[in-house]
Design a protein around this ligand. Structure first.
Ligand SMILES: NC(=O)c1ccc[n+]([C@@H]2O[C@H](COP(=O)([O-])OP(=O)(O)OC[C@H]3O[C@@H](n4cnc5c(N)ncnc54)[C@H](O)[C@@H]3O)[C@@H](O)[C@H]2O)c1
Length: 333
C-alpha cells in the first residue's frame, strides 16, 4: 500500500514513516524544512522538498497514493497569538491544499493529525463528543482544517479519520526550537547547564505520550474500517502532571541543580489539558506501553546522543507588544 506522509522530516511524520516502512508500506512524503531535521528522513522514503501550500506541486507528487497522513504543520500554539499569519498559513492553507490534491488524485483515505488545542479551556478530560472551543489561532486553524476535511470528503466520497494527539515526546523531536516542545526544551537547556524556564507558576498540567504508543495506533486507522469518519484522541490519560513537576523530573535525570526560572504566564495558555483515551481504547485497542519516566529517559538519551544544541530563533514575531513573552523577544531560552 502506498502511504503519503506530509511533514515527513518532522517528529511524528518521520517516526511514522520509519515504522510503517518496517511494516511493509511504501512511503512517500514531503516537507519544506520549516521545522524537522533532514536526517529524520530515510533513503527508503520517496521524498519531495515541496511546500504543502503549493497545490499544483502537491497534485503532481501525490499520484498513485492510497492513504495520506497529513502531519505537516507549524504546531506553535503559544506562538500563534503572536505570529498568527505564519501559523495559520502553514496549518489551514497547507491542509486545504493537501486535502484538495489528495482528493484530486482519488486517494482512498485522508488521516489528519489535529490537536487537543481543538478543545480549549473546558471540563477535562476532553472527549471527542465535546464542542470545539479553540483559544488561539493554532487551535482555530486546526478546527477549520477539520471542518474543511469533513466537508470535502463528504462531497467527494473520500474516507477520513481525524486524530487528536497531545504532547508527544521521543526521539526525532526538535529540541533546539524555543517556541515549542516543552520536555525537549527543558532537557536541552539543562544539558547546556541552564535552568528550566517555566511560564506562570508551573501548576498547569498535561499528559505526555511516547511517540511509539501513538504510531502503532495511527497504523490501525489506515486499515481498521471502524475508524472511518471518526475523531479519535490518541495518547494517555494517565500520569497527568504539572509543568513544574516535569521540570523537576528533568533536573533529576540530567543532574542539573539550577533553580527553575519563572516568567509571566503566556496569554491563552490552557491550564488543565488532558484527553480521554476511552474511544481509542475501544476502537483501536490503545494501550500506554511507556511510562512517563521511560518516555523522559528515551527523549533524554536521544538528545544526549546527538549532543545538546543552542536554540535557533527562525521565525519572526508578527505582533510585538508588551504582552509578547520576553523569552522570545530577548531570545532568553
Ligand atoms: N508533537 C506533538 O506533541 C503534537 C501534539 C498534537 C498534535 N500534533 C500534530 O501532529 C503533527 C506533527 O507534529 P510534530 O510534532 O511532528 O511537528 P514537527 O514540527 O516536528 O513536524 C512538522 C513538519 O511539517 C513541516 N511543515 C510545516 N509546514 C509545512 C508546509 N507548509 N509544507 C510542507 N511541510 C511543512 C515542518 O518542516 C516539519 O518537518 C502536526 O500536525 C501537529 O499539529 C503534534
Amino acid at each position: 500500500m502506498n502511504i503519503f506522509i506530509t511533514g515527513i522530516a518532522g517528529f511524528l511524520g518521520s517516526n511514522l514513516g520509519h515504522y510503517l516502512n518496517s511494516k511493509g508500506y511504501k512511503i512517500f512524503g514531503n516537507d519544506n524544512f520549516i521545522g524537522g531535521y533532514p536526517d529524520n528522513l530515510s533513503s527508503d522514503f520517496t521524498f519531495y522538498k515541496t511546500d504543502c501550500c503549493d497545490f499544483n506541486e502537491m497534485k503532481k507528487i501525490m499520484k498513485n497514493i492510497d492513504v495520506v497522513i497529513h502531519c505537516a504543520a507549524t504546531a506553535y500554539e503559544g506562538f500563534s497569538v503572536f505570529s498568527p499569519s505564519f501559523v495559520t498559513k502553514n496549518i489551514y492553507e497547507a491542509s486545504v491544499s493537501t486535502f484538495s490534491a489528495s482528493i484530486a488524485n482519488n486517494v482512498k483515505k485522508i488521516i489528519f493529525c489535529s490537536s487537543m488545542a481543538r478543545y480549549g479551556e473546558q471540563k477535562f478530560p476532553f472527549s471527542e463528543d465535546m464542542q470545539t472551543l479553540p483559544q488561539d489561532p493554532y487551535g482555530i486553524a486546526k478546527v477549520a482544517s477539520e471542518q474543511t476535511l469533513v466537508n470535502l470528503c463528504s462531497v467527494h466520497a473520500t474516507d477520513w479519520t481525524i486524530l487528536v494527539p497531545h504532547n508527544i515526546v521521543g526521539p526525532r523531536q526538535k529540541y533546539d526550537d524555543p517556541f515549542r516542545n516543552v520536555l525537549s526544551i527543558f532537557l536541552n537547556r539543562m544539558m547546556l547547564g541552564k535552568p528550566a524556564i517555566i511560564y506562570g507558576d508551573g501548576s498547569q498540567k498535561r499528559c505526555f505520550s511516547y511517540v511509539d504508543d501513538c504510531i502503532s495506533c495511527i497504523e490501525k486507522t489506515i486499515t481498521e474500517k471502524i475508524t472511518s469518519k471518526e475523531i479519535i484522541n490518541i495518547g494517555p490519560d494517565e500520569e497527568f502532571i504539572s509543568i513544574k513537576e516535569l521540570a523537576d523530573k528533568c533536573s533529576n535525570i540530567t543532574g542539573n541543580n539550577e533553580k527553575h526560572i519563572f516568567f509571566k504566564d503566556r496569554p491563552q495558555e490552557v491550564k488543565f489539558a488532558t484527553c480521554s483515551a476511552d474511544k481509542a481504547r475501544k476502537l483501536i485497542n490503545y494501550k500506554t506501553e511507556y511510562t512517563l519516566d521511560e518516555s523522559i529517559k528515551l527523549t533524554y538519551d536521544y538528545i544526549k546522543n546527538r549532543g545538546p544544541k543552542n536554540f535557533e530563533y527562525k521565525f519572526d514575531i508578527e505582533i510585538d507588544n508588551e504582552i509578547t513573552p520576553q523569552t522570545w523577544k530577548k531570545k532568553i531560552i
